[in-house]
Every structure is written in C-alpha cells, then in structure tokens.
Design a protein around this ligand. Structure first.
Ligand code: ATP
Ligand code: MG
Length: 140
C-alpha cells in the first residue's frame, strides 16, 4: 500500500511540559515520518475554524481557550495508512480509555488536554494540512 499523509498537532499541554521530542519519537517509532513541522501559537480565529465541526458542543469554548493557551507543533506525517496508523498510536480521546503504550495513555492529562490531535479521515487530513501549510513547506 502506498504512503499517505495525515495531519498532527502536538497540543499546548505537551509543549508546556517540554514533550514535543518524546511525542515525535513515538510517532516516528509507529512508522510515521515528519515531512513538515512548525511551532506556532494559534489565534482564536484559527482554533475556532479548525474545530468548527465542534462549534455546538458544550466543550467548544474551553477547547478553543486550551488550544490557544500556549504554542503547538503542527505536523504533516507520512506513512503507510497514515491516518489509521496515527490514530492507533494516539490512543482514545479520553486517556482513561486509551490502550497501554499509546501517546495519550502515556502523556495526556485529561480528555481535553490530551496531548495530540490527528486527522480522522484522508479527506479531513487534506483539508487540515491545507489549513496550516503551504505546499512548499512540505519538503518530504
Ligand atoms: P482530535 O480531533 O483532537 O484528534 P479526537 O478526534 O480523538 O481528537 P474529537 O471528538 O474530534 O476527538 O474532539 C476534539 C477534541 O476536543 C479532543 O481531542 C479533546 O481535546 C476535546 N474534547 C472532546 N471531547 C471532549 C469532552 N467531552 N470534554 C472536553 N473536551 C473534549
Ligand atoms: Mg477529531
């Protein structure tokens, strides 16, 4: 199967605890390659747009506040079946339900401060990559 791409965010709870290297190592050990990466501070508008599908959810306001509370690292990851592979190594949204050895089981603080984001489909991966990266920033 050919390599595909997914989009990842290392969230503010991880940057605050100096875990960007530890998280990236787990992604790489899962067979994913970081083909683009940058550390940014998301604006409120950017976070609201990114999480637009959750706009009506009760946790939306808190989620936007959390995602803008500190720097994040946005990444494009490449590998065989990248979306599923990344979701697997991330673990369940709620770290209490995450499998042993997953990023969220090892590092997440709570269901909100859960260390990483990963796209949930190839279609959304492309939309999310385009939201944060210009083509020339993805260098392989
Ligand atoms: P992500 O989209 O960040 O990869 P996910 O796909 O596992 O995570 P979603 O259902 O898309 O989970 O929720 C997006 C994010 O919103 C979660 O990662 C988490 O930070 C936050 N979130 C989800 N559910 C809750 C909740 N019940 N309470 C607080 N925050 C939540
Ligand atoms: Mg999601």
């Amino acid at each position: 199967m050919a390599a595909t791409r997914t989009f990842s965010i290392i969230k503010p709870d991880a940057t605050r605890r100096n875990l960007t290297g530890a998280v990236t190592k787990m992604l790489e050990e899962a067979g994913l390659r970081v083909v683009a990466s940058k550390r940014i501070r998301m604006s409120r508008e950017q976070a609201e747009g990114f999480y637009g599908v959750h706009r009506e959810r009760p946790f939306f306001k808190d989620l936007v506040a959390f995602m803008t509370s500190g720097p994040v690292v946005v990444q494009v990851l490449e590998g065989e079946d990248a979306v599923a592979r990344n979701r697997q190594v991330m673990g369940a949204t709620n770290p209490e339900n995450a499998d042993e050895g997953t990023i969220r089981k090892v590092h997440a603080e709570s269901i909100e401060a859960n260390t990483v984001h990963g796209s949930d489909s190839d279609e959304n991966a492309q939309i999310e990559i385009d939201y944060f990266f210009k083509p020339e920033e993805i260098v392989g």
